[in-house]
Write a protein of this length. Structure first.
Length: 78
């Protein structure tokens, strides 16, 4: 489980927002388990909280997974 303390340093990294491509975020959201995507809209508060936690963890995992690309290389549009 990812805790708030693990997320906060990443959010305040100086280049964090410059390096996130909306298409990558879109793909990350689509990797979230179906139950979490459905659970985020349920009337049950506890289920919404669990679903939101799972969704956040899945997106962060997808965004922080090392790829074969050099993470220091900026992605420039063609």
């Amino acid at each position: 489980m990812i805790t708030r303390l693990q997320i906060v340093p990443c959010l305040f990294h100086t280049h964090w927002m410059e390096r996130i491509d909306p298409l990558i975020v879109c793909e990350a959201i689509l990797t979230v388990p179906d139950w979490a995507r459905l659970g985020i809209a349920t009337p049950d508060k506890a289920m919404r909280q669990k679903a939101a936690q799972e969704m956040a963890e899945s997106v962060i995992r997808a965004l922080t997974t090392q790829s074969d690309d050099d993470r220091c290389q900026l992605a420039l549009p063609l």
